[in-house]
Each structure stands twice: as C-alpha cells, then as structure tokens.
Design a protein around this ligand. Structure first.
Ligand code: TYD
Ligand code: MG
Length: 452
C-alpha cells in the first residue's frame, strides 16, 4: 500500500492543505497551518467480518428524555425546556462576550435545582473563578471547581466523581497527550471533544463545551465540534451594548432558532423576559428613518427598532454601512426600490442599524428595512404606533410571512395600533390593530409615503 501523504489543516478555519504554508489560502490567517497527525494510524488491512447489529422499527415507543430545569427561564427555553441528561452542548461565542459568566451562573442554577455540577476552567485559575462567583453572588452554590487542561486527568476525575453536569471552559485549552499537536489545533480540539462527548454518552453525564469563535464566525478548530454534539448554542451581542442573545442553531432535543435574551450588568447576566419592551424602551418621539419591526425569534415574537440614515455622498461609490442586518439583503432592497418603484439611492450614503445591538436574520424584516429607507429618504416619520413586517420579492411584490397573528398580538400588547403587512392568505383580526395590507412595494411607497 502506498505510504499515506502527510496532511495539513488550518487551525483557524479547518481547511485542509496538501503542504505546509505560512498563510492559509482559504481564510487568510497567518501561521495557522499545522500537520494533522492521524488519530489512529492503523494499517490499511481489509475489514474483517463484524457482528450483526440489532435493528428495530420506528414505531417503538420511547419515553421522552428526562430533563432538568435550571430555573433560568431564558436558558431553559433555548435548551428546549431544560437540560437533557447525557447530552453534549457546545456554547460558542466571541472572546469576552460573557460565555464564562453565563455558564458559571448556569452551573450554579443547575446545582441549586439539585444536580451535581462541576466546572472545569482551562483558562482561569480556581481563585479567579471563585472571585467571579463571589461577584455574581454565587459563592454558596454547590459547584465543584477545577482548573485543569489535561484531559486525561479531567476524564479520570469525572469517572470517579460522575457528576450530572460538567462545564469545560474552553475546549480550545484542553489537550490530550496522545495527540501530538498543540492545544487549540484542529486535531486536539477534535480529539478532546470526541473523548468528552463519548464519555458523556457512556456515563450519562451532560457536558457543556465552551468554544471560542474565530473572526469568520466559525467555532475555532473548526465546525468539527458542531456535528459531534447534540446542541449548539451561540452567545452573541455587540460590544458596547448590554444585550446578549443565546441562540440555538442546532438542537437534537428541541427547536432550533430559539433565543434567550440576557442583559450584562455589573452583577452578571440578568434575564430579560420581555425583550420587546426593553428594545423599544430607548425609542423617543417618532423620527424619520425609524421603523418598528414585528419579528419572530424562534417561537417568540419580538419587536425591534430598525433605523436608517440616508445622506448625500461625496464618494464615487456611496457608503452602505449595516449593523445588525444582512448587507446583501440591504443591497437587494435598494435595487428593488430603484427598479420597481423608481426611487434611486445612487449618490447617497446609506447607514442601517438595529437598535439595542441585536441582529435580525428574518426575511420578514425586508419591508421594515424598505420603510426605514423610504422614511429616511423622504424625511417622513411613520406614525409612532405602527409596526411593519413582510418579505419583498425581486418583483417588488410583498410575500406573506409566518406567524402573522403572533406578531400582531405582540404589537397590540405593547400599545401599537396599526400594522403595515403583506396581503394575508388567511384573514387575521386582532382587536385594536388596524391592518394595512399591501400587495406590493409600489403601493407602500404611494400610500404610506405619498411618493413614487
Ligand atoms: P467572560 O464571561 O469572561 O467572557 P468569555 O468567557 O466569553 O470570554 O465575560 C467577560 C466580560 O463580561 C468582561 O468584559 C466583563 C463583563 N462582565 C460584566 O460586565 N459583569 C459581570 O458581572 C461579569 C462577571 C463580567
Ligand atoms: Mg471565558
């Protein structure tokens, strides 16, 4: 058999390369390429005969997995109703966003609700974690604390203690002596995560792995961990804003796309049970360029303020600056406004922002973005009690979106009395809300802004 060639991979993005290079061609990171040592370099012998595996039908009834609630409602919601025994969870996020704070609070909450919990920090000394716990008022929680990076020692300890839940902060600092590359490299992260996840399944221990995210938004070392675990949560937020969103992007035991909202305070993370009210609390009198979007995050309706500023540009290529929204989406909407409604934005700088530092991913925000742009350009403020939602197609037509009723109910709850929305397939009447159904964007331009 031919000798297998050495393989190299980038520790930043996980791209594989045939030879070493100083710079990864895939992500542009410098000095991030390391040689991948095969975990088991067994000879390529022909596979012998195995035993037959037991097969069953889909109809067999299975009890729902046992869950433990932490009594942190936002966390339980994102987990799909509590922590499932023997599950593996990955919590990813930018460095400094608050992952360690969140998990220390979570582990204390689970300990208070009766689970035996362990928190292993590979980044901070035990004294540092204790100081943080004291600051968060959690010093009395029954959590076993360890500061260690050697996975062999951690696994032996776990084997003896067998807690219900263990938090590993972070997976990038863990190392296995059986793998030669440095901690944080793809092979180490992959091997360490594999060991921890298989331990979790074997011994019925829930494991939470903390993973730092690289610039490109991937969990460093790279997506290899994502497919090994049952649940992937991202902790996100804008620096300088106090809001933090815990978002489920994958969940084998619950709905994905569910979010939990937290606020970073001087005494740790506080849960935000009514995010709409908070996100809109900074809103002043109606101003041109400000539109309230009635969105849905996971299963929960959420109102956010979308802001636009349009100003004459001195640049050859005008600026398009977007915070909290997809910039490709903005370009599409600008193109539709120009091509279908005859409203050009050439020669104008466009700035867009979602108030509160949160991110809006839904296509239903299209109409709110378009209204904010029109309102800023025409210098006409929408009435203060109006919410907007709807998807815009390239033809300029408005497409209905899911959960219209929930969006309207949330708007009504927060004192709004008018909604601009696409034509509905099935009529929805919410008392107290006047629904302005629009077939296309040109109609919105004409009726709402009296232009076009
Ligand atoms: P941390 O949990 O250490 O982030 P990560 O583990 O994701 O790297 O959070 C660090 C930030 O949180 C730090 O900038 C300070 C801030 N913070 C507060 O504002 N209040 C608090 O009570 C705590 C513990 C941290
Ligand atoms: Mg940390």
């Amino acid at each position: 058999m031919a000798k297998s060639l050495p393989q190299f991979s980038c520790t930043a993005c996980g791209a594989t390369h045939r030879k070493w290079a100083g710079r990864c061609e895939a992500c542009g990171a410098w000095n991030s390429i390391v040689e991948d040592k095969p975990v088991s370099a067994g000879p390529g012998t022909r596979l012998g005969k195995g035993r037959n595996i037991a097969l069953s039908t889909l109809a067999e009834s299975e009890a729902p997995p046992p869950r433990s609630a932490s009594n942190m409602a936002e966390l339980d919601r994102v987990l799909g109703g509590g922590l499932v025994a023997a599950s593996a969870i990955l919590v990813g996020g930018d460095p400094g966003i608050g992952k360690s704070t969140l998990l220390l609070q979570a582990v204390a909450a689970f300990a208070n609700s009766g689970l035996s919990c362990m928190y292993i920090s590979g980044e901070e000394a035990a004294a540092q974690v204790r100081l943080r716990a004291a600051r968060l008022g959690l010093a009395q929680a029954k959590v076993q604390l360890g500061a260690e990076t050697s996975l062999r020692d951690i696994l032996s300890t776990l084997d003896t203690e067998c807690p219900d839940l263990v938090v590993i902060d972070s997976i990038q600092t863990m190392w296995l002596d059986t793998v030669e590359s440095a901690p944080g490299s793809v092979s180490q992260v992959r091997a360490a995560a594999h060991e921890l996840v298989s331990f979790a399944k074997r011994r019925g221990v829930s494991v939470v792995l903390v993973g730092h995210v690289t610039k490109e938004g991937q969990i460093a070392g790279p997506r290899v961990v994502e497919h090994m675990v049952d649940t992937v949560l991202y902790f996100e937020g804008e620096r300088g804003h106090q809001f933090r969103i815990l978002r489920a992007v994958k969940n084998r035991f619950g709905p994905a796309d569910e979010i939990g909202v937290f606020e970073m305070t001087g005494a740790g993370l506080a849960e935000v049970s009514n995010p709409s009210a908070l996100f809109l609390s900074e809103r002043g009198t109606p101003a041109p360029g400000s539109v309230v979007f009635a969105g849905i995050e996971g299963t929960r309706p959420m109102l956010t303020e979308i802001q636009a500023l349009v100003a004459p540009s001195t640049l050859g290529t005008p600026r398009r600056t977007v915070v909290g929204l997809d910039s490709a989406r903005l370009s599409t909407i600008l193109a539709v406004l120009e091509a279908r409604c005859g409203i050009p934005f050439a020669g104008m700088d466009v700035f867009m922002n979602v108030a509160g530092g949160i991110r809006v991913h839904e296509p239903a925000a299209d109409l709110a973005i378009a209204c904010a742009l029109l309102s800023a350009r025409e210098d006409i403020a929408l009435p203060a009690e109006t919410v907007v939602f709807g998807e815009i197609s390239l033809s300029g037509a408005l497409r209905p979106v899911s959960q219209t009723e929930n969006r309207l109910k949330e708007a009504q709850k927060l004192g709004f009395c008018e909604a601009i929305a696409p034509r509905l397939l099935k009529p929805a009447t919410i008392p107290g809300i006047v629904l302005k159904e629009m077939p296309d964007l040109a109609e919105v331009v004409g009726q709402v802004f009296g232009a076009g």
